[in-house]
Ligand binder design. Structure first.
Ligand SMILES: Nc1ncnc2c1ncn2[C@@H]1O[C@H](COP(=O)(O)OP(=O)(O)OP(=O)(O)O)[C@@H](O)[C@H]1O
Ligand SMILES: O=C(O)[C@H](O)CO
Length: 523
């Protein structure tokens, strides 16, 4: 928590205070509104995965003999250290690496989101900034998470640095979510614009990050092990902050230091699935055809150590601790929440109903039908780590407020041209569904937020909702269904109650997917 306070000044201003549960029937005594607690818990979630502390946990360095230890491997530093990085959390990761290993650092290049240095300066997060005369060159690019010419220049500088290394050198590669867009190096004749269009179309049609990155790898010089290959014969250590469910190193930022065999058939299947094969530019067809005869085999990454240093599960574990300190019975449901946003929203609605019934009518339970629907939906979502039974048992045994936590990354299939993000859309859908029928004598609040602080192309991290949302919106002349039909959740939340339900953190400097918090507080 100390770390969280350090990074999140608003938390420091308003310390967390536990609820006092005074038994059934009594309202909870607390000066702090439920919404404020939800916001603060979200900030704690983000605070748990700040780059600096994670880097310090992953690296141990003895300055007296220059020995760097990463996991069970030792590396000898003697002014032979180089650094590259790309991703939303990489500025803070690079600052921590510079702090720890700076005396051996020869040169570095990082590619980070546009505006991140100014944002960190503005919020006084000095520990996220490099030193004034740093040896690390910083490129800012990929506004709204789309590859652009600034990111391309960064990618080329990174490739040049990697290609100049020798067997005596050690290359530290800092990787975090958003890395794919920040490291675009399309294989000619594919152009940046063509790659941009294709990834945009795939994302808009609901392609998963695994599918998206399979295509990105096939069209890139550096993804899918390309960077590791460029750095050979130097030793390579990649420190990875995961923003993908299950922490698959070959998918995060499209695995630039993980061997990948481009399977053209896989790519064609994906392009077919989203109706994009027929309209492929000639250049893409040319590169895909070539990839089959030029695979980057596993033999190319023997010189690499890939290490996951932080993840959504870590953030949720901290949030669970914080929620318990606040007096909630807290359970982590899953750190692998995936699937279409409509299905995920329905899952949370049913979960809230079933949990609310168990909390307010112990022994009676929710309607058998809702219970069955919840379990069917859980099976449909196929979440490998789902703790639904445990969560419902905990709810059943709870004598007071409950907080159910989950993380992951649902998918939105864009149908409209509105402004929103998957967190705001999820929250809006959950809010609308919760309002359809009464939930009993209980306060329910659902919050969804992106840990990077930026939900889709908006400046909000996410939003929070309560069951009264739809009726209150109607009273303000806002029709939730119309906003949802246009994927216009951000516009909705900006107008609804003057934007009071939006979650604003600014760029957080980290990125471990989204956090979903469901609060149930019996009256
Ligand atoms: N109008 C909208 N409504 C709902 N979701 C949207 C809208 N516009 C974009 N999105 C979703 O926002 C997502 C992109 O958001 P963002 O840039 O935050 O990506 P991200 O997945 O968090 O990035 P990364 O994982 O690379 O860090 C896509 O999943 C896209 O479908
Ligand atoms: O950059 C990317 O590819 C995504 O954020 C997943 O890591």
């Amino acid at each position: 928590m100390a770390a969280a306070l350090q990074f999140l000044p608003s938390l420091a201003r308003a310390p967390l205070r536990p609820f006092l549960w005074r038994g059934p029937g009594a309202r909870l005594a607390s000066g702090m509104a439920l919404a404020e607690q939800a916001r603060q818990l979200f900030e704690s979630t983000v605070g748990a995965v700040q780059p600096g502390p994670m880097m310090h946990r992953a690296l141990s360095f003895d300055p007296s003999n220059g020995q760097l230890k990463v996991r069970d491997r030792s590396f000898q530093l003697r002014q032979n250290l180089y650094l590259v990085g790309f991703g939303k959390a990489v500025l803070g990761m690079a600052a921590a690496a510079e702090e720890l290993l700076g005396q051996h650092l020869v040169q570095g290049v990082i590619s980070v989101p546009k505006g991140i240095r100014a944002a960190m300066e503005c919020t006084g997060k000095q520990e996220m900034l490099l030193k004034p005369h740093s040896r690390v060159q910083v490129f800012e690019g990929a506004e709204d998470n789309l590859p652009d010419h600034d990111a391309l220049r960064a990618a080329l500088a990174i490739r040049q640095l990697a290609e100049g290394l020798t067997a005596d050198d050690l290359l530290l590669v800092l990787i975090s979510g958003g890395g794919s867009a920040l490291l675009p190096a399309p294989i000619p004749p594919v152009t940046l614009e063509e790659k941009q269009t294709l990834t945009k179309l795939l994302a808009a049609r609901g392609a998963t990050i695994q599918e998206l990155n399979t295509i990105r790898k096939a069209l890139s010089q550096l993804k899918g092990g390309g960077l590791a290959q460029a750095a050979y014969p130097a030793q390579v250590v990649s420190l990875i902050l995961s923003d993908v469910v299950g922490d698959p190193v070959e998918v995060i930022a499209s695995g630039p230091t993980v061997a990948s065999i481009h399977n053209v058939q896989d790519c064609l299947h994906i392009l077919n699935r989203y109706g994009l094969r027929a309209a492929l530019p000639r250049s893409v067809k040319t590169v895909l055809a070539r990839a089959d005869s030029d695979p980057r085999g596993p033999h190319t990454c023997g010189h690499v150590l890939n290490v996951i240093i932080g993840s959504n599960a870590l953030a949720l574990a901290e949030a669970q601790r914080q929620a318990e300190a606040l007096g909630y019975r807290a359970v982590v449901l899953s750190a692998a929440m995936q699937g279409d946003v409509k299905t995920v929203a329905h899952f949370y609605e049913l979960l809230a109903r079933v949990a609310a019934a168990r909390l307010t009518l112990p022994g009676a339970g929710a309607s058998v039908e809702e219970d069955e629907q919840l379990h069917e939906l859980a099976a449909k979502l196929q979440l490998p780590d789902l703790q639904l039974k445990e969560a419902l048992e905990a709810v059943e045994g709870a004598k007071g407020p409950v907080c159910l936590l989950a993380g992951g990354e649902p998918t939105v299939q864009l149908q409209g041209s509105g402004k929103g993000g998957r967190n705001q859309e999820l929250a809006l859908r959950v809010g609308a569904e919760l309002g359809q029928r009464p939930l009993g004598p209980i306060d329910v609040l659902f919050l969804s937020g992106g840990t990077d602080g930026k939900d889709g192309p908006t400046d909000a991290a996410g939003a929070w909702v309560m069951p009264e949302l739809a009726s209150q919106a109607t009273a303000e002349g806002l029709d939730v269904a119309t906003f949802l039909a246009h994927n216009d959740s951000h516009t909705f939340f900006r107008r609804f109650q003057g934007g009071a339900h939006l979650l604003y953190t600014g760029m957080t400097g980290t990125n471990v997917m989204d956090a979903h918090l469901l609060f149930l507080r019996p009256w």
